[in-house]
Design a protein around this ligand. Structure first.
Ligand SMILES: Nc1ncnc2c1ncn2[C@@H]1O[C@H](COP(=O)(O)OP(=O)(O)OP(=O)(O)O)[C@@H](O)[C@H]1O
Ligand SMILES: [Mg+2]
Length: 504
């Protein structure tokens, strides 16, 4: 018993924590926007029951027209029509506040979240990508999808939830004020009216989640095929890829059928509202006969009970989006809070005044984190004196690139030490260490911007002279300066020019 209490306490704490993680990127302005948005959404919700209240009066005015003189009748109608007009203005203002404030704050918070999320991902060490990220698509979709889920909740679902809850409370309050007896009798119907909303919420949540998992499996197959298109072509693997892709989609087709069935049942169960109406009409008519209740009031109370119940169901349908947003927010928080072992943001390490460039590998042992059983280096010793040009020669897969990856501190060795000028590189500041090295990798990649920007990627604050110097050092200056736009040539047109002039 005590255990259960503790467990439920922990679950409640977790829910609270994860709900908070949705709003963690809100600043002062967002707090204001959310407060005004709250007032807007609740105000918008209350305008429905208030409308019903005035309508009940109007209906009774119309129903009892014969009991009044023409003047009193017109006066009553005018008065209630005017109240409806004021209500229209009220509704306009609250709807505007609701729509504007929540959309604005959703956009602001999601923008901040995306930027921090991407920053956190870029901060991770290479081992993280080896272990956790199967493809670049996964990173991009998780950055945009997760933040879109939260943005959608902030700008659409939260106000919708608040508005529907306000309609529910408002409708039952109005119904109670107008005819408490009928309201109490009609109250149990709330449970029936909530069913459609709950079915939407709970029944469809699992299916939707499974479907998105299945789609992402299919996406990975497509992404892998397209990113290695040459290999696919050379092994004539097109039809194999297509059949794998179709097989992966089969599961989501089945899930889609189930989703359709669940949706059909959910929409179909909306018919319950007519059963409620039927009962309320029966009981309401008894109240008209036996208790002298006005017909307009009975009608509106029945309408309020039906509308309130449906609104409560609609508000509960949002709960699935909240739980999705909590999971997404937790995923984002996990990445943002993850401090990598090799942290390029950590500026604590040592920075050498002058580097002569002596490199030493001392009894280095290493295995990639993704394949911990395959030792790449066992007791590797390598000494490269400063200023010496050295070539590492070996079979493919013998570990040449791994030596460089270790020297750049993409990974830490499992044993032994790597020293630069006699100092272990894990004592040095990671950013500084990497900025000391120039690297032309096996698979050079260019960014879609100008040639100058591509060279500047190595050193953001470099002067134009330094850019030219770097280009000269790699024998590219003459070629680049012959281009019509020189260093400002866009890489794509540069590659096209290269192809046209048969440089490749
Ligand atoms: N990120 C990684 N995760 C797991 N294993 C890896 C990773 N990168 C390389 N390996 C493995 O480590 C071994 C050494 O690879 P490395 O890339 O250092 O070889 P290389 O000498 O540079 O080969 P090549 O001449 O083909 O470039 C290979 O068996 C390779 O499969
Ligand atoms: Mg290599």
């Amino acid at each position: 018993m005590g255990d259960e209490k503790q467990k439920s306490g922990a679950v409640l704490k977790k829910i609270k924590g994860s709900v908070r993680s949705i709003f963690i990127y809100a600043d002062g302005v967002d707090m204001w926007l959310m407060s005004l948005g709250f007032i807007g959404a609740v105000g918008d919700g209350f305008s429905t029951p208030l409308g019903l209240l005035v309508t009940s009066k109007l209906m009774n005015n119309l129903g009892h027209s014969s009991a009044f003189t023409a003047d009193v009748f017109i006066h009553n109608i005018n008065k209630n029509s005017m109240v409806l007009l004021y209500l229209a203005c009220w509704s306009w203002i609250t709807c505007f506040l609701e729509g504007f404030c929540w959309s604005r704050t959703g956009e602001r918070q999601a923008r901040r979240m995306r930027a921090r999320y991407l920053k956190a991902i870029l901060r991770q060490d290479v081992g993280y990508f080896d272990l956790h990220v199967k493809s670049s698509v996964e990173v991009i979709t998780s950055v945009s999808n997760d933040s879109l889920i939260i943005q959608d909740v902030l700008s659409e679902k939260v106000p919708n939830f608040l508005m529907n809850v306000a309609i529910f409370f408002g409708c039952y309050m109005v119904a109670f004020i107008l005819l408490w007896r009928l309201t109490i009798v009609g109250f149990p119907f709330v449970l029936l009216l909530v069913i459609p909303g709950l079915m939407y919420g709970r029944g469809l949540i699992g299916i939707a989640r499974k479907m998105s998992e299945e789609y992402s499996k299919a996406d990975t197959i497509a992404e892998q095929a397209i990113s290695s298109i040459r290999t696919v072509y050379s092994f004539v693997g097109e039809s194999k890829c297509i059949s794998e892709f179709s097989t992966a989609l089969q599961v989501s087709v089945k899930l889609g059928l189930r989703q359709g069935l669940a949706k059909g049942l959910a929409i179909g169960s909306n018919g319950i509202v007519f059963a409620t109406w039927s009962f309320m009409s029966y009981y309401g008519s008894r109240m008209v006969m036996r208790h002298g209740a006005p017909g307009g009031t009975v009608f509106i109370v029945a309408a309020a009970i039906a509308m309130g119940g449906l609104s409560l169901g609609a508000s509960l349908a949002n709960v699935k989006y909240f739980s999705e947003a909590c999971t997404a927010a937790e995923r984002i928080m996990e990445v943002i809070n993850r401090v990598p072992k090799i942290d390029s943001d950590n500026l604590e390490g040592e920075v050498l005044e002058k580097v002569s460039g002596e490199v030493e590998f001392r009894h280095v042992e290493f295995a990639y984190p993704s394949r911990p059983d395959t030792m790449i280096f066992k007791d590797l010793c390598l000494h490269i004196p400063a200023g010496k040009t050295v070539a590492l020669v070996g079979d493919s897969g013998s570990g040449k690139s791994t030596v460089i990856a270790l020297l750049q501190r993409f990974y830490d060795p499992l044993g032994g030490q790597i020293l630069l000028d006699g100092i272990a590189i894990d004592m040095l500041q990671v950013k500084w260490l990497r900025s000391q090295m120039g690297l032309v990798s096996q698979e050079p990649s260019l960014f879609a911007t100008t040639i100058k920007e591509n060279i500047l990627f190595g050193k953001e604050d470099a002067s134009m002279e330094e850019v030219i110097q770097a280009a000269k050092a790699s024998d590219a200056h003459n070629f680049i300066s012959q281009l019509p736009q020189g260093y400002e040539t866009q890489v794509f047109s540069f590659l096209r020019l290269c192809l046209e002039s048969h440089h490749f």
